[in-house]
Design a protein around this ligand. Structure first.
Ligand code: PLP
Length: 457
């Protein structure tokens, strides 16, 4: 057997994996029994596994390969930067051209009042950074008692201690004594799951007012910030009712509370705007970013900061004791710049807004006639399907059945990566997806639903 064949020997890879590799977000008992699917190659919107199966990646990896796979210009940008300056840091009053150019470029794409960027290695690190920056800001303002950050149940802000604490994932909190002190969670604006008999519009207001109640309970003088994703991604593509964000904005303004909009998924074009904040007309103080920033080709994240906050850091002075060895890594920065250039040259944000986004949403809606589907929803290149036992009254399956997990497994085996959050099926394909690939995605999603129906009988 040649080395090439050995590299793609699924059984051998799975054995080594079982013996040596601890996976993120995996049940190791099941993993060891079933073996990992080995992904060996990717191009455009497709991935291939080690058995030669071609699979449409309806999740863009982990919501990140916005420009699709196989863009060799990013490889060249990394190669050239590694030869020129493979590493240097931005501590102790240093910088380098790629990081400066990247900060300028992102500042120009962000809402007008946000012009400065702090760089990190991931979305989780970005949210750790936000937590520290928020508290530093209020301390500089002479109000260190403004300390509590309010997040939402089922929100996701990463997996580090602060990220997982800001997020509202109960299974994560149940491991390791989270959340850390000074973080409070309110209900999510998830009408399909929690809206009961209200209309979406009524429910949007009701969910937003949960923020006001929490502020009044804790005391406005003790609340530093509110953190939320524009559209809750890992929580199941929870799209807030139209009434939600305007009401949140009013409440935050009333009590002088900072707004953190986690753009790790929505940023870099997914909603048809550069940032989800622009889609919803928000004016955040902080926008954590990652994923689409490099399209996942290099690990990199950041926090875009408002002039109000950055101006305070500058005016008040004093060192902010925070940073990472890889903050603003030159190779990652060069790759991010090339990624943004590709998005701009190919007009991908406009493509999502005016062409492929509406095309996907129209096609996705056709799935609502399927007997298993209680709701289809989406924005830009994000979509969700709610699997139900009975459409009327939004009746769910027994969670023990894990119908979502069943549908996901059948879908991947049938050639489409969809993800399951409970019984919510979600998609987030690369922004470069074509019309015919959207057709394939939707027909494969329907096949997965049919296969799930069969399996349930
Ligand atoms: N914030 C959001 C909204 C995310 O979806 C994620 C990851 O999925 C993160 C933060 C964490 O990013 P990372 O996995 O790069 O640490």
């Amino acid at each position: 057997m040649s080395d090439q064949n050995l590299a793609y020997n699924t059984e051998w890879l799975q054995q080594q994996d079982n013996q040596h590799y601890l996976h993120p977000f995996s049940d190791h008992k099941t993993l060891r029994e079933q073996g990992a699917r080995m992904i060996v190659r990717a191009d455009g919107v497709y991935i291939w596994d080690s058995d030669g199966n071609k699979i449409l990646d309806g999740m863009a990896g982990l919501w990140c390969t916005n420009i699709g796979y196989g863009q060799s210009r990013l490889a060249k940008a990394a190669f050239d930067q590694m030869n020129e300056l493979p590493y240097y840091n931005s501590f102790f009053q240093c910088a380098h051209p790629p990081v400066v150019e990247l900060a300028k470029t992102i500042g120009e794409l962000a809402p007008a009042h946000m012009n400065q960027v702090f760089f990190t290695g991931s979305g989780s690190e970005s949210n750790d950074t936000v937590l520290r920056m928020v508290r530093h800001y209020w301390t500089l303002k002479g109000q260190p008692e403004k300390f509590t950050i309010i997040g939402r149940h089922n929100g996701y802000h990463g997996s580090t201690v602060a990220g997982a604490s800001l997020g509202g994932m109960k299974p994560m909190h149940s491991q390791g004594g989270l959340p850390i002190p000074g973080i409070h969670h309110i209900p999510q604006p998830y009408w399909f799951g929690e809206g009961g008999d209200t209309t979406p519009e009524e429910f949007g207001i009701q969910a937003a007012r949960e923020l006001e109640s929490a502020i009044l309970d804790i005391g406005a003088d003790k609340v530093a910030a509110f953190i939320a994703e524009p559209i809750q991604g890992a929580g199941g593509v929870v799209i807030p009712p139209d009434t939600y964000w305007p009401e949140i904005k009013n409440i935050l303004a009333r009590y002088d509370i900072l707004l953190i909009v986690d753009e790790v998924i929505c940023g870099f074009g997914r909603t048809g705007e550069w940032f989800g904040s622009q889609y919803y007309g928000l004016e955040p103080d902080f926008m954590p970013i990652a994923k689409g920033m490099t399209s996942g080709y290099m690990p990199m994240g950041g926090v875009i900061v408002s002039d109000r906050v950055a101006g305070t850091f500058e005016q008040e002075g004093g060192e902010f004791f925070h940073g990472y060895t890889y903050s603003g890594h030159p190779v990652a920065a060069a790759v991010a710049l090339e990624n943004i250039r590709l998005i701009q040259e190919n007009k991908l944000v406009e493509y999502v807004k005016n062409d492929i986004g509406p095309y996907l949403q129209t096609a996705w809606q056709t799935l609502s006639d399927h007997p298993l589907v209680g709701e289809t929803r989406g924005v830009g290149l994000l979509g969700a399907l709610e699997l139900v036992k009975e459409k009327a009254g939004r009746v769910r399956f027994d969670s023990e059945l894990d119908v979502g997990g069943m549908c996901r497994t059948l879908s991947v085996s049938n050639g489409l990566v969809m993800r399951a959050v409970g019984d919510t099926m979600i998609i987030s394909p690369p922004l470069v997806i074509s019309h015919s690939e959207v057709d394939e995605l939707v027909s494969k999603a329907r096949e997965a639903l049919d296969l799930t129906m069969e399996a349930l009988q």
